[in-house]
Design a protein around this ligand. Structure first.
Ligand code: GDG
Length: 447
């Protein structure tokens, strides 16, 4: 059995290695169960000094070996906060105006990729399948090839890939595209992303390489989690509090790509335009703070605080809070149970590679009384979830109208929409995603 080597910026924290907490770790669980596996990446720790004597942390759980290194403060700032999160992230989410570009951070980004390659290469065997994840590591494949690594190397981009006319705002874009030639397989989330990336390759005279591998969730385990969670005391308290009135839910990292301000404006418009819902509906927005030291994220938080205060101050009553707004994460089981309790979910990113919350919301519903998904047309998930109420997340009137529709649909209309969405969420799963990417890597001939 060939070994799978996963490389991602973050590696599941030690406490999560038996039961991964979420995101990438959950999606890859199926893959790591089928193969002996080495998982390499950043430990999440910042280390002092210049990193010359940094240690490799090694920990084995079952048949997965986790190997991690720390990053110096300079590397953390330039590679992670700087070039990855303040240049590549906004650009790939079509927000070139939010780019905070400087050459120093770009050099640190390149050097951390070289560092990853230098520490990983000695651990690799020629018949390994190396699977590199996401925008932090665009040049890693090339850095590994420079070190004469012969193993198969694949790359999956979790976030969108913009059109070349936008991507070329990045001074290194042509070099980045050329570096991608080092990968044997390149995967993206949607047809749009593949077309954009392949057009960029074409401009540079590089053969089209990007293929579509949409990511999914583990819907059976998420549904089980949502059902088990119904017995949690917090869920029972929320249910009592609601007194049978509908709950609308939103769950997103605090990120400008998620369309949170626009969504709250949509809810504001909803309460303005449909006053009969005042006091008759509650919106719960769970928004764990993320990347809190990047300036754009700090100003987003201030604006969110302001608009939530505005809505609650304008429409609230002594016994009714229109928006319940949390900025800390909740346990997965509670989240899943809250999804099941909600009549509608607002998933309205301005851009999103896929958006797993949309799929989790569908997976959590019970067939007798499913809730309604309101989904942005600009989430990758929208490509295969046309039975959601699709909205333009910039249009607060459309969000308001969708909320009104979601809360007025008959039981049979909700069930018809949900059953089609359900089929889709069970068709494209995390396990299937991992299996098809690994199958594509296995098909590559090695010399
Ligand atoms: C990137 C791409 C792509 C959120 N709050 C809590 C919590 N979460 C969980 C959700 C979901 C995950 O985090 C978020 O996944 P998304 O897909 O929605 O978004 P990103 O984090 O931006 O992920 C995205 C994804 O990669 C996979 O390829 O779909 O487009 O941007 O699972 O439930 N989990 C817990 N508490 C919270 O408060 N436990």
């Amino acid at each position: 059995m060939q070994r799978l080597v996963i490389v991602s910026n973050r590696v599941p924290a030690v406490r999560d290695r038996k039961q991964p907490a979420g995101g990438l770790a959950v999606a890859l669980r199926a893959a790591v169960q089928d193969h002996p596996c080495l998982w390499f990446g950043w430990s999440g720790q910042q280390i002092g000094g210049d990193g010359a004597d940094r240690a490799l942390g090694v920990d084995t759980v079952g048949h997965v070996t986790y190997a991690t290194i720390g990053l110096t403060h300079k590397e953390y700032n330039g590679f992670y906060q700087g070039y990855s999160n303040a240049v590549l992230w906004p650009l790939c989410h079509y927000r070139a105006g939010f780019m905070n570009y400087n050459r120093h951070d770009q050099q640190v980004y390149a050097s951390v990729n070289t560092l990853f390659a230098t520490r990983l290469a000695p651990m690799l065997k020629p018949d390994d399948m190396v699977w590199v994840h996401d925008y932090h590591l665009f040049p890693l494949g090339k850095a590994l090839r420079d070190l004469k690594v012969k193993a198969r190397i694949g790359f999956f981009l979790h976030i969108p890939f913009p059109p070349w006319s936008l991507m070329r705002a990045l001074p290194e874009a042509p070099a980045l595209m050329r570096d991608l030639r080092a990968y044997d397989v390149i995967g993206v989330q949607t047809e749009d992303d593949a077309r954009n990336m392949n057009e960029a390759f074409a401009v540079l005279g590089i053969p089209a390489r990007a293929r579509v591998f949409p990511i999914g969730i583990d819907p059976d385990s998420f549904f089980a989690c949502a059902c088990e969670g119904q017995n949690l005391p917090q869920v029972q308290r929320l249910r009592q509090d609601l007194r049978g009135l509908p709950l609308i839910i939103g769950v997103d990292r605090m990120d400008y790509s998620k369309g949170l301000l626009e969504r709250l404006r949509g809810y504001d418009t909803f309460l303005k335009r449909y006053p009969e819902y005042r006091g008759k509906v509650t919106y719960l927005q769970i928004t764990p703070v993320s990347r809190g030291s990047v300036p754009e994220y700090q100003s987003l938080r201030a604006e969110l605080d302001q608009i939530v205060g505005h809505i609650n101050g304008t429409y609230g009553a002594f016994d009714w809070t229109p928006v319940r707004y949390l900025t800390h994460p909740l346990p997965r089981e509670l989240l899943a149970a809250f999804f099941q309790l909600s009549s509608a979910a607002l998933v309205t990113p301005l851009r999103d590679g896929m958006n797993l919350v949309a799929k989790e919301y569908v997976a959590a519903q019970v067939p007798e009384n499913p809730g309604t998904l309101i989904l942005s047309r600009f989430a990758g998930a929208a490509a295969d979830m046309e039975d959601a109420l699709l909205v333009n997340p910039h249009d607060s009137d459309e969000i308001a109208a969708a909320l009104h529709k979601a809360l007025s649909l008959s039981g049979s209309e909700r069930r018809v929409r949900w059953e089609r969405l359900r089929a889709e969420v069970w068709r494209v799963t995390a396990a299937g995603w991992a299996r098809s990417f690994i199958a594509a890597m296995s098909e590559v001939r090695t010399t």
